[in-house]
Write a protein that binds this ligand. Structure first.
Ligand SMILES: [Zn+2]
Length: 237
């Protein structure tokens, strides 16, 4: 009977017992114990990574927002008109902000001591006058707004309306007034070397991508009010 049973039954292989080697088993046990901590650690790192990506994305968004919303028009920033009581006449037809009067006159005097004769061409300009300058010449020269804006600010967007801007020429080379050639005069070379001592800065350098280079146009940054006015312009993105 016993023999028959053996013969009829299929051959069942003996179960194989697999022995883990000892070190593997310890490692797996350790991993099992550590797994909740590892899970927490990975979650924490993943959350930090996500947060970092979000911050970078937000920064990019703010950066873009600043570029799009600094209220420029054709590359020019808006400037309010200076209140009349802050204007002072420094010579016939040239008015400037009271804050910069002394510095400007001192700069001219110091230049004179070095044999350089600065001449003031244009100071404060009202928004109405700027309107005239922008649109009349635009029409006369048959220019489009963007083309005109390369050489003149639209009304409400000129540094001259603040009283802190001054156009300067060389009294010995008047043919270079408002011309790029002014940069070859001794007056310009002196200004480049010395203007910062009197808190003046060239507004439209060769690096400006919207507005043409104006070597004659300087602005005053020697008072808190002036710095506030030019804060947006000085901000680097
Ligand atoms: Zn100017």
């Amino acid at each position: 009977m016993e023999q028959n049973k053996d013969l009829n039954q299929p051959d069942i292989p003996l179960a194989k017992r697999i022995h883990f080697n000892n070190s593997n088993s310890i490692l797996k046990k350790k991993l099992l114990i550590l797994s909740p901590f590892l899970f927490l650690l990975f979650s924490f790192l993943a959350l930090r990574l996500i947060r970092k990506i979000e911050i970078v994305a937000l920064d990019n968004l703010n950066f873009q927002d600043q570029i799009n919303h600094d209220h420029r028009i054709l590359g020019h920033l808006p400037y309010a008109e200076i209140p009349k009581e802050k204007l002072v006449l420094i010579e016939p037809n040239i008015e400037v902000h009271n804050d910069m009067r002394d510095s400007l006159l001192k700069m001219r005097d110091e230049a004179k001591k070095d044999g350089i004769y600065l001449v003031f061409l244009s100071g404060y300009r009202s928004i109405n006058l700027q309107n005239e300058i922008f649109y009349s010449l635009k029409s006369f020269r048959n220019q489009e707004a963007a083309e005109r804006a390369r050489v003149s600010a639209p009304p409400g967007y000129s540094e001259h309306s603040t009283g802190f801007a001054i156009d300067i020429g060389d009294a010995t080379q008047r043919e270079t007034d408002f011309e790029i050639e002014f940069e070859n005069t001794n007056a310009f070379k002196w200004l480049i070397k010395n203007a910062a001592k009197f808190h003046f800065k060239l507004s439209f350098t060769k690096n400006n991508k919207y507005i043409d280079y104006e070597p004659w146009h300087w602005r005053y940054e020697g008072s808190i009010e002036a710095l506030k006015v030019f804060e947006s312009s000085n901000r680097k993105f």
